[in-house]
Design a protein around this ligand. Structure first.
Ligand SMILES: CC(C)(COP(=O)([O-])OP(=O)([O-])OC[C@H]1O[C@@H](n2cnc3c(N)ncnc32)[C@H](O)[C@@H]1OP(=O)([O-])[O-])[C@@H](O)C(=O)NCCC(=O)NCCSC(=O)C[C@@](C)(O)CC(=O)[O-]
Ligand SMILES: NC(=O)C1=CN([C@@H]2O[C@H](COP(=O)(O)OP(=O)(O)OC[C@H]3O[C@@H](n4cnc5c(N)ncnc54)[C@H](OP(=O)(O)O)[C@@H]3O)[C@@H](O)[C@H]2O)C=CC1
Length: 408
């Protein structure tokens, strides 16, 4: 075998492209050569990114291109968290991958008080994944005709789309928005236990080809339609969006807990009244002034740490960051809930197969098929715990103190 230095020279001279190494060497070797190449180009001595236990071959087949190693994120746990869900019932230890000191302690504290108060109720109230292409027509008149055609031929479109997948089911194409002569049909699917973005993208492409061909037959071919882009941003994937907040996307999760005043005092060092007020002034009024879509304190923190630990698509953290926290004083305590309209998650596919992420899913009994709804309930419970603890810390005036002691 050629000496690595010689191959690195060839890469530098552009005789070989870095990704072509995968066809020339075994996976381990190609990763090593690429790493050496980047090391020499950037004058960096890699001492850590070369240490990992994940299988490069599988990762390169499914999850990554131009692989040079792996980064490590510290992993902690919070819990036990008692969840009274439809699918998740019992006490769970939540895996959280983060570099933000104080976050795990905070979620842990939330878990403690929730569990002491009898646990949280969590439900998944909606479950779907969307893809909305943008289709160009000749005129407003044709755009209206296309919209009507899609509405009248839903069953045929569904049959075509579903030929690409065993688990994906097209449940609606709604809304179908017209802007000028452009049409944005929002294809909505059930995706089983997969988060589903690859699945629905492939299915929607097939449906769009079918629509284009069928429209050619209408009015002797005078209606011309063309899919400008398979994603027209009405999906809306990986961006915060009002349509997702209202219509939902991924799992729509609601979690609630009734807290006793004495536990609030003991655990959170504050009162229900103070938390209710912080929620009003911060999460409602503050978010309204800033035109935020997150009427909450930090869903993204818990969603992010859980997504990284369990192999979810990290870009979807932005969607999971939206939602509304309710805090309301009740007799001798506090009603506290989180509502997350848009949490794209899966327990099969994507990054869930990576060895370390798979173990984290196992830790909560959520690896593989028939587990996505259980996982969603655990995500809801964990967000509730983290949100409650931070709101408690803000109400008690402990945020800066917590982060100077634990987070720096
Ligand atoms: C830091 C605490 C928990 C201290 O909280 P405390 O009540 O002062 O601590 P404590 O020593 O009395 O312990 C209470 C419980 O906290 C947990 N706990 C306590 N210490 C640990 C630890 N080392 N490791 C694990 N768990 C810990 C543990 O559950 C413990 O119960 P116990 O087990 O003893 O019965 C609290 O002050 C807190 O939760 N602060 C909030 C911190 C937080 O949520 N940070 C999130 C990041 S902030 C941010 O990124 C977003 C932001 C703020 O910008 C968003 C916005 O705009 O709002
Ligand atoms: N393409 C795109 O535009 C985008 C892609 N992504 C990426 O997409 C990936 C996730 O896509 P996703 O489609 O979830 O995953 P995969 O592409 O990894 O596909 C998962 C496959 O698992 C099969 N499967 C087996 N058992 C089940 C089950 N119980 N429930 C559901 N499916 C099952 C399905 O096959 P079958 O279909 O035959 O039923 C499905 O297609 C992530 O890597 C993400 O980063 C993210 C955003 C956009």
């Amino acid at each position: 075998m050629e000496d690595i230095t010689k191959i690195v020279e060839k890469l530098k001279n552009k005789e070989i492209k870095p990704y072509q190494l995968d066809n020339m060497f075994d996976s381990k070797k190609s990763v090593e050569i690429r790493r050496k190449y980047i090391e020499s180009l950037t004058d960096t001595a890699f001492k850590h990114i070369d240490k990992y236990s994940i299988n490069e071959k599988e990762a390169m087949e499914k999850n990554i291109e131009n692989m040079i190693g792996a980064v490590q994120i510290p992993l902690g746990f919070a819990g036990p968290l008692k969840i009274n869900g439809k699918y998740a019932n019992g006490e769970y230890y939540i895996p959280l991958a983060t570099t933000e000191g104080a976050l795990v302690a905070s979620v842990n504290r939330g878990c403690g008080i929730i569990t002491k108060c009898g646990g949280c109720t969590v439900r998944v109230v909606d479950d779907k994944m969307t893809r909305a292409p943008v289709i160009k027509t000749n005129s407003i008149i044709d755009a209206i005709k296309l919209k009507e055609w899609i509405e009248n031929n839903f069953q045929k479109i569904k049959e075509v789309a579903e030929t690409t997948t065993k688990h994906g089911k097209l449940i609606s194409i709604n809304p179908i928005i017209i802007v000028g002569r452009y049409v944005y049909p929002r294809f909505t699917y059930k995706t089983g236990d997969a988060m589903g973005m690859n699945m629905v993208t492939i299915a929607t492409e097939k449906a769009c080809n079918f629509i284009e061909n069928e429209m050619k037959k209408e009015e002797n071919g005078s209606i011309k339609v063309h899919t400008v882009a398979l994603s027209g941003n009405v999906c809306t994937d990986k961006k915060p969006a009002g349509i997702n907040l209202i219509e939902g996307r991924g799992k729509t999760i609601i979690a609630e807990v009734f807290l006793k005043e004495e536990e609030i005092k003991k655990y959170l060092k504050t009162t229900s009244k103070a938390i209710e007020q912080v929620n009003m002034y911060k999460n409602f009024i503050g978010s309204a002034i800033s035109n935020s879509m997150g009427f909450n304190a930090h869903y993204a923190n818990i969603i992010g740490a859980l997504f990284l630990a369990t192999g979810q698509d990290e870009a979807h953290i932005v969607e999971g960051s939206m939602g509304i926290t309710v805090a309301e004083c009740v007799d001798d305590g506090l009603y506290f809930s989180v509502t997350l309209p848009d949490v794209p998650i899966g327990t099969v596919g994507g990054g869930t197969r990576v060895e370390t992420q798979k173990e984290c899913l196992e830790m909560i009994g959520c690896r593989g098929g028939d587990k996505a709804l259980k996982f969603a309930e655990i995500v809801g419970g964990a967000v509730l715990a983290g949100e409650l603890s931070l709101m408690g810390a803000l109400a008690a005036g402990h945020l800066a103190k917590a982060h100077s002691e634990l987070g720096r």
